[in-house]
Design a protein around this ligand. Structure first.
Ligand SMILES: NC(=O)c1ccc[n+]([C@@H]2O[C@H](COP(=O)([O-])OP(=O)(O)OC[C@H]3O[C@@H](n4cnc5c(N)ncnc54)[C@H](OP(=O)(O)O)[C@@H]3O)[C@@H](O)[C@H]2O)c1
Length: 274
């Protein structure tokens, strides 16, 4: 039997790249998706050499509504099937809501929510029929705490991904398909360079930070154990646990203060996050 295949979006850097390494180390073949093809090819070569797996490179821009279908067609054309779907690609759109163009928000929703839901919807029936599947939606602690000032739809979308994952998790209890929402806190990656908050977040204490490798390892373990929602790292488990017992007004006030310090509320310079 050939090895199982993990489709990972946003695999050219950060958490997605660490997840690709984690799946490869556990003997999975890979289908790697992002826009930067050169990076994907270099990483695919390296992972194939190191772990003796096969890695398919599928360059795609998930802002394009046709991308999910095209990605799955490319996998089918290679005579493969998706055994694990890791929805991870993403970025933070700076600015407050009214400062931004609608097209930027529409692209954000397409990438961060619609593409996740569509890919899951398209792969799920075959996973159910085979009695095996893994779906990970990379959400954020932002989806577990009140909305922030600036980067307006980010926490709303991450909340939606958590609820979506919980429902899928329940619907698939007896199907062999595991569905998990992963909610990382601050993680070393290119995320804060892309959204222009590196100088602000760099001032936070070191113990607030996770490595992408830790997030990937905890995500893999949680998915194999069929956990519905996980928060990697002790500090973020503690913090999100604390938020659950705080009165909502106090939680909102704390989030407002933190987000005013950490979010970039300047108007974005361009529609391209890179
Ligand atoms: N870093 C954190 O502190 C943190 C915390 C909580 C949650 N997260 C979540 O973790 C996920 C991964 O982020 P990261 O921290 O690893 O950031 P990152 O290093 O910037 O990686 C983002 C990935 O998404 C890809 N991507 C962005 N726009 C895309 C598009 N239009 N089409 C296809 N791929 C696209 C990027 O590849 P290309 O540029 O090559 O397309 C890159 O591979 C995101 O969903 C983010 O919201 C991050």
């Amino acid at each position: 039997m050939s090895r199982r295949l993990a489709l990972i979006t946003g695999a050219s850097s950060g958490i997605g790249l660490a997840l690709a390494r984690e799946y490869a180390a556990n003997g999975w073949d890979l289908a790697l998706v992002a826009r930067r093809e050169d990076r994907l090819r270099a990483q695919a070569d390296q992972l194939q050499d190191q772990y003796g797996i096969d890695a398919l490179v599928i360059p795609a821009d998930l802002n394009d509504a046709n991308a999910p279908q095209a990605i799955l067609k490319a996998i089918e054309a290679d005579d493969r099937q998706v055994d694990a779907l890791i929805n991870n690609a993403g970025f933070g759109l700076p600015g407050t809501y009214a400062q931004t163009q609608w097209q930027e928000q529409a692209d954000f929703l397409q990438l961060m929510l619609t593409s996740y839901c569509e890919l899951a919807h398209r792969v799920l029936p075959d996973m159910q029929a085979r009695g095996f599947g893994r779906i990970i939606n990379v959400a954020s602690v932002a989806g577990l705490v009140p909305g922030t000032y600036g980067h307006t739809l980010y926490s709303a979308v991450k909340s939606a991904l958590i609820k979506f994952s919980e429902s899928l998790h329940l619907e698939n209890k007896s199907t062999g398909v595991h569905v998990t929402a992963v909610c990382p806190g601050l993680t070393y990656s290119e995320f804060h360079d892309v959204n222009g908050t590196r100088d602000k977040v760099s001032q936070l204490p070191k113990y607030w930070w996770l490595s992408a490798e830790q997030v990937a390892e905890e995500s893999y373990t949680a998915s194999q154990a069929n956990k519905a929602v996980i928060v990697p790292g002790l500090w973020w488990k503690f913090l999100t646990g604390l938020y659950k017992i705080l009165p909502h007004g106090l939680a909102l006030a704390i989030t407002a203060r933190q987000s005013a310090k950490l979010r970039n509320t300047e108007t974005p310079a361009s529609t391209d996050p890179r």
